[in-house]
Design a protein around this ligand. Structure first.
Ligand code: PMP
Length: 375
C-alpha cells in the first residue's frame, strides 16, 4: 500500500522522545525523583547513617570473607546465610522472611504483590501518616497504587480517629507505620499503634522498624498476636548502609506470594557475606555503635535544646528534627560551607516548614555541629 503524502508523519518520527514519554505511567511523569544525598562531606549528618566506620581489624575480617566468595557463580537465591540468623533473631520461621536490597526494595515488593484493587476500586490503596518516609508515596505511585496520607498531630503523634476514618473510607491494602518515624524521630505510642492495627484488620499493616534499634525495643511480638501485621527491618541505620540488606517478616502465606515477585538474585553475594557477619561475629561491634549513638543522642539533644530560636523534637531514633523560628536556609548553607551536611526540608509541606534533620554523629562531629549552630 502506498503512503498518503497529505497525512502527518507519525509522532515517533517527528518527536521520538515525546512519543516514548507518552508511554510512561502518568504518576511517574508527575513525580519528583527521591533526592538521596550524595557526596562525602567531612561531617555527614544528612542520611541517618551510623557515623562510625568499622575498625580496621573487622574490615580485614570482612575482606578475607569476601575474598573467598565464588564471584563467577550466582549468589544463593534464598540468602540462607542471612535468612537463618535473621529468622532466629526475629523469632520467625525462615520462610516468613522476604529479603531485599535494602528495605526500600522490600517496600517495592509489597507494592508489587498487593497491587490488586479491591472490588469496585480502580487502584489498590497504600495508607500512612505524614510526614513520614517519602518512599511509601513514591513506591506506591511508581507501582500504580494510590497513596492516601493522614497528617500526624502537631506533636507528631498518630491522629488515631483520623487514621481510623481514612482506613474506613479508603479501605487500604497496605498501611505503613514507621516507628520510630522518619523524619520526626518519635516512636508512636503503643495504644495508638494498636488502635490503628486493630482498625485495619483486612489490610497488611507494615510496622517499619528501620530505627527500632535506637528505641531499644521491637514490636516483633505483634506479628504473633496479629495475623495481618508485618515487620520491616534493615541493617542500614546500625552501620551497614552500603551493604543494602533489608527484610520483611510477613505472615507465611503472604511471604510465599511476595517471594514470587522477588528477583531471584536480588541480594548479591557480597551483601550476603557482609550481612551474615553483621548478624553473627560482628554483631557486638554494631550493638556497641548503637549504644554509643543513643548516649550521644541524649547529650546532643540536651545541647541543641539550649540553642535559641530552635525547637528540638524528642527523638527515639538516631537523628533529631529541628524547627527553626526563622528560615534555616542561610544556616544550612553556612553549615555546608563548614563541611557539615544536614537535611533541610523545603517544599515538603507545612508540617516540615523551617525544619532541618540532623543525624547523631560521633562526639567530635556533634561538637562541630553545635559550635557551628551557636555561631
Ligand atoms: N524505612 C524508613 C523509615 C527509612 O527512613 C528508611 C531509610 N531512609 C528506609 C526504610 C529504607 O532503608 P534501606 O533501604 O536503606 O533499608
Amino acid at each position: 500500500m502506498s503512503q498518503d503524502p497529505t497525512r502527518d508523519p507519525a509522532p515517533h518520527l517527528t518527536d521520538p522522545e515525546g512519543a516514548l514519554r507518552a508511554l510512561v505511567r502518568p504518576e511517574l511523569t508527575q513525580l519528583r525523583a527521591y533526592a538521596a544525598p550524595s557526596g562525602t562531606p567531612p561531617i555527614k549528618l544528612d542520611a541517618n547513617e551510623s557515623p562510625w566506620p568499622l575498625p580496621a581489624a573487622l574490615r580485614a575480617r570482612i575482606a578475607a570473607d569476601l575474598a573467598e566468595l565464588p564471584l563467577h557463580r550466582y549468589p544463593d537465591p534464598r540468602a540462607e546465610r542471612v535468612r537463618a540468623p535473621l529468622a532466629a533473631q526475629l523469632g520467625a520461621h525462615p520462610d516468613q522472611l522476604v529479603l531485599g536490597s535494602g528495605s526500600d526494595e522490600v517496600i517495592a515488593l509489597l507494592c508489587t504483590a498487593l497491587a490488586r484493587p479491591r472490588e469496585g476500586r480502580a487502584r489498590a490503596v497504600v495508607l500512612y501518616p505524614t510526614p513520614t518516609f517519602v518512599m511509601y508515596r513514591i513506591t506506591a505511585l511508581a507501582h500504580g497504587l494510590e497513596p492516601v496520607e493522614v497528617p500526624l498531630r502537631a506533636d507528631f503523634s498518630l491522629d488515631v480517629p483520623a487514621m481510623l476514618a481514612a482506613i474506613a473510607a479508603h479501605r487500604p491494602s497496605l498501611v505503613f507505620l514507621a516507628t520510630p518515624n522518619n523524619p520526626t524521630g518519635n516512636a508512636f505510642a503503643d495504644d495508638a499503634l494498636r488502635a490503628v492495627v486493630e482498625g485495619a484488620r483486612d489490610a497488611l499493616v507494615v510496622i517499619d522498624e528501620a530505627y527500632a534499634a535506637f528505641a531499644g525495643r521491637s514490636l516483633s511480638a505483634w506479628c504473633d498476636a496479629y495475623p495481618h501485621v508485618a515487620l520491616l527491618g534493615t541493617l542500614s541505620k546500625v552501620g551497614l548502609a552500603a551493604a543494602r540488606l533489608g527484610w520483611a517478616r510477613l505472615p507465611s502465606a503472604l511471604a510465599a506470594e511476595v517471594e514470587k515477585a522477588r528477583q531471584p538474585f536480588n541480594v548479591n553475594a557480597l551483601s550476603q557475606a557482609v550481612a551474615a557477619l553483621a548478624l553473627g561475629a560482628l554483631r557486638p561491634e554494631f550493638d556497641a555503635h548503637v549504644a554509643a549513638i543513643v548516649a550521644e543522642r541524649t547529650r546532643l539533644g540536651a545541647a541543641l535544646s539550649e540553642l535559641p530560636g530552635v525547637h528540638v523534637a524528642p527523638s527515639d531514633a538516631n537523628f533529631f528534627l529541628l524547627r527553626f523560628d526563622a528560615d534555616p536556609a542561610p544556616r544550612v548553607a553556612r553549615l555546608a560551607a563548614d563541611g557539615i551536611a544536614v537535611r533541610h526540608f523545603t517544599g515538603h509541606g507545612a508540617a516540615l516548614e523551617r525544619c532541618v534533620r540532623v543525624t547523631v554523629g560521633t562526639p567530635r562531629e556533634n561538637d562541630a555541629l553545635l559550635a557551628a549552630l551557636a555561631r
